[in-house]
Design a protein around this ligand. Sequence first.
Ligand SMILES: Nc1ncnc2c1ncn2[C@@H]1O[C@H](COP(=O)(O)OP(=O)(O)OP(=O)(O)O)[C@@H](O)[C@H]1O
Length: 610
Amino acid sequence: MSFFRPPTSGAIKIVRPDPAHDQPPTQTPAKNPARKDSVQRQCRNIMIYGSCKYQDKGCLYYHPPARRSARRNSYFASNLAALNNAPVFVPKFPARIQSQSPAPTPPPPQESPPPPQYPQEPPYEEYMDYDEASSNGYYPDPNAYDAYDHYMTMPVGPVFLRQPLNYHLYSTPMPPSFLANSVDTHFMLPSGDLRTLMQTRSEDLHMAATPGLGLPEEMQGYHSIIPLDNLNSERRKFGNWSSTVYRAINSKDGATYCLRRVENFRMNNQGAFSAIETWSKLRHPGIVSVQEAFTTHAFGDSSLVVAYAYHPLAKTLYETHLKPSGHGRTSLPERTLWSYIVQLATAVKYVHDAGQALRMVDASKILVTGKHRLRVSSCGIVDVLMHDSVQMHTQQDMHALQQEDLTMFGRLVFALCSGQALGWSGGNFQKTIELMGRVYSPEVKAVALFLINKGAPHKNINQVMDIISTRVAAEMADALTATDILENELMSELENARLVRLLCKLGFINERPEFARDERWSETGDRYIIKLFRDHVFHQVDEMGNPNVNLGHVLASLNKLDVGTEEKLMLTARDEQSCLVVNYRQVKACVESAFDELARPPNAATGGYR
Ligand SMILES: Nc1ncnc2c1ncn2[C@@H]1O[C@H](COP(=O)(O)OP(=O)(O)OP(=O)(O)O)[C@@H](O)[C@H]1O
């Protein structure tokens, strides 16, 4: 009979009954005097089945005179909760296996076990944790228990119990009803759409460069340069300069950046980059962060390149709302309009409070980077381009530029209300004012007029904030709701990350072909338990021998392993000759120690591990 007891786990092995042991254990008390108190303990067969077939054949335990069915039912009723938490045990000797593999040689008739007293009874497999058993004084000799085994009948078919997943580390997402508008909130897409969006963003980040575009292979530490503009269309203008936007990967940090290149730029004064230095320190959710700037001849000309944070799948505000589509113009919903106004106002306030000016508040330079999320892009570039012509000498100069920011902001509000980029100019102005009065609440017109009012030379962003203050509250509530939803989404991702780490560890350990010259490393010691655990999780079969691909069972088992619960489970050897009763805490300890052993640096003296 095979025998195994892991030195570290404290699990107790249960062996398949040997026919020799199926005889009533008449010799056992003499062999093991420590069990003298057994007569005080009620026989488990009585508790489970209401009767014991060995009652008159030497069974040591107490057999009270009781009606079988009544006792048995009461046992099951009282232990229902325990049974629900019992580990699922799936025996591996179903019909298919029997038909495919040669049947084991039946024991000689005289040695076969006596027929079960109650043929309808489910199998009785006694198992007991080693700690519990030894603390009760039942097994002073760890090798003596096998004489104790009662006859085990094999189950007719497996019973799959639902595994509750309510462990303290298993995240329970907030009920949707607690999250205001969780289906479709102002800033958040419904969960499924959000995941699709994340996936497409990830694909965008991994998109390979199209060959044959004549772009530099490498430039100032950036590689994999891909144009975001259509290079064949008319070259876009940035003020008086032609500009092109690229996506590139920085070899220093491996991150993706957006590079805005201004063609044919001649740098006369290195001091022009001081503005970039200032901008690279400004961080705000309404601004595309500035990384660095440099000049290069890599494109065949003298170009200025400013590197910004890259926002996958970002579109400009112009592309999103103002580009003529041929389907007529649709008015922006008022909630969206206010959200844009509030976001832009907070970005402008941050920049003005930092003593800077945006200098470019234009629909073609504002990015929509998520649902209703705006970020002002291209910051700092005008400062470099205009460095020689507009020198910042006084506070008044900056104030004038900030006033200009507010005017551009006002024009943008007119453009968004009218659905036309030039909705603020010439003959469009009056039409837009009328449309505003018809479609939007009076505050929209009030703030737009305030922003473009040239007769108020001392207007500032704080006054704008006062005008829109009532709208800021709604924006704040929506933004906080978005963080709640995202936290909730993150909880489930956290689970995934934990389980993937666990699976990686199991993968490293299980069936490792060689380790430190010990070919059986993954088959012995703690690793043997891990191997049996892997079988328990992934290799269960149903009563017909078909693979049981119950993902719920896998997730439940891995979550319990991750947590290391005290719940016990029975692991069965592949030859079904032995079982181990362990709890998840013990399996977790085995995984940790086996992985630590693998991860330990090699021993220089031996050239191997350990
Ligand atoms: N930081 C960024 N992250 C991701 N995409 C960006 C970023 N900046 C710009 N883009 C994208 O690059 C493309 C080109 O940007 P660009 O600013 O040139 O817009 P445009 O509409 O072509 O304006 P212009 O007419 O002034 O060139 C746009 O689709 C824009 O969404």
